[in-house]
Design a protein around this ligand. Structure first.
Ligand SMILES: C[S@@+](CC[C@H](N)C(=O)[O-])C[C@H]1O[C@@H](n2cnc3c(N)ncnc32)[C@H](O)[C@@H]1O
Length: 405
């Protein structure tokens, strides 16, 4: 079988749309510290580098079966803790303990990957995490169009079988069952993004970077690829007509995060290794104000308090790696100096939301490498929000900041 030739430059088009699910996946990996991280199907390596910034003391290895992708990734020198290796994931076995396994937009290419997931899950130690994201859009109009054109008499013999590649994705319930049976606690969800694309043939341009790779890899005679793309482009333009905002390209994706119960792998044998939660005070009877601010404005989902504590009032909120407890204090005194500093992404959007909610936003640029500001919650407690600076990349959840103040 002809091996698929990947084109890192074509893949890098729509990098922002393609990387967003990766960051949403990684934001749900609740490993504070990690020593060994692997990125399975690392592609051109830019997101592997983001894993290096997310776990600043970890060794991070990217694995991919495409020589073109590994060549591109190997040029990434920063951070130096990154290494890349050419290997097929069907044969991959970790060379030592692994704390975090990430695989983004790759398993759709590997039929029978439930067996691989079972194997990978079993190498995780206590607190280890296996997290992956796959497209769940094989029945979308874009894939139907590829199958339709590949099935035309002129192409059928060479392309029809290849058009089926990349369809190995299973249902979320299958992933949940497989990883649960391997002893992991599983968090799985799906999201349909409505990408708004610009340009004359944006969906064709998108699939040229991914779904069409196996087909384009065999269309090597002069003019063949152009003829096929012209035919497919016409079908895609009809299926995705441009609207006033641009061409809307719905894209369903599945997310799975499995965690082996137990202490985080990087926890020391004895001693402190992280913050479990931040406790703040609030006046009696103000739970709705707390929900409006911590959930409504800051976006932290509320979690139920244990029944024996619920009677005391207050409210608890939990994000991917942060937990805030609001407890009733009588008489109440707001904390105006001592404060928590939360790592955030999209700090400007957050500042805007706080402004709209009538909360003060006081920017402070005293710490190099960070954008940060202070605000107060509805009770006058001081809160700091920090976005470490990673110029040119969206992965600002990095976690290497040590906010001051
Ligand atoms: C769509 S790209 C995703 C790259 C990267 N994870 C990202 O999100 O940007 C899919 C990658 O999976 C790799 N891949 C596909 N099948 C593979 C296999 N059996 N073993 C290793 N890598 C594989 C391809 O070479 C390609 O780089």
């Amino acid at each position: 079988m002809t091996s698929t030739v990947w084109d890192p430059a074509q893949y890098a088009r729509y990098a922002e749309e393609r990387s967003r699910p990766f960051f949403e996946l990684v934001s749900r990996i609740a490993v504070i510290d990690a020593r060994q991280v692997v990125d399975l199907g690392c592609g051109p390596g830019s997101l592997t580098a983001a894993l290096g910034r997310r776990w600043p003391t970890a060794t991070v290895e990217g694995i991919d079966s495409s020589p073109q992708m590994i060549a591109e990734a190997s040029a990434i020198a920063d951070p130096p803790r990154l290494t890349f290796r050419l290997a097929d994931l069907n044969d991959w076995v970790p060379q030592g303990p692994v704390d975090v396994i990430v695989s983004n937009a790759t398993l759709q290419w590997i039929p029978g990957h439930l067996d691989l997931l079972d194997r990978w899950a079993r190498v995780l130690g206590p607190g280890g995490v296996l997290a992956f994201q796959v497209p769940g859009n094989f029945e979308a109009a874009s894939h139907r169009a590829i199958r339709e054109v590949a099935g035309l008499p002129v192409w059928r013999a060479r392309l029809a079988g290849l058009a089926e590649r990349g369809s190995a994705v299973r249902e979320p319930a299958d992933y949940l069952a497989t990883l649960s049976a391997a002893g992991l606690r599983v968090d799985t969800w799906e999201t349909t993004y409505l990408h708004v694309l610009a340009g004359a043939d944006p969906v064709l341009d998108w699939v040229k970077g991914t779904a069409l790779r196996p087909l384009l890899s065999v269309l090597s005679e002069p003019g063949e690829a152009e003829a096929f793309l012209a035919e497919l482009g016409a079908v895609l333009r009809a299926a995705y007509p441009p609207g006033p905002a641009g061409t809307v390209f719905p894209f369903r994706r599945l997310f799975v995060v499995g965690r082996r119960p137990g202490q985080p792998a990087a926890a020391p044998a004895a001693g402190l290794y992280g913050i479990h939660h931040v406790q703040l005070a609030m006046p009696a009877g103000a739970e709705e104000d707390a929900r409006g601010f911590y959930s409504g404005v800051l976006g932290l989902p509320e979690v139920p308090k244990p029944p024996e504590l619920a009677a005391r009032g207050g409210a608890w909120f939990r994000g991917p790696t942060v937990e805030v407890h609001l407890g009733v204090q009588t008489p109440f005194h707001p904390a105006r100096k001592a404060h928590p500093a939360f790592l955030v992404t999209d700090i400007d959007g957050l500042a805007e939301r706080l402004g709209r909610a009538g909360q003060p936003v006081t920017w402070d640029d005293a710490v190099p490498g960070q954008r940060r500001f202070h605000t107060v919650d509805p009770f006058g407690n001081r809160i700091e929000l920090v976005e470490p600076q990673q110029p040119g990349t969206p992965e600002t959840m990095a976690g290497q900041a040590r906010p001051g103040g």
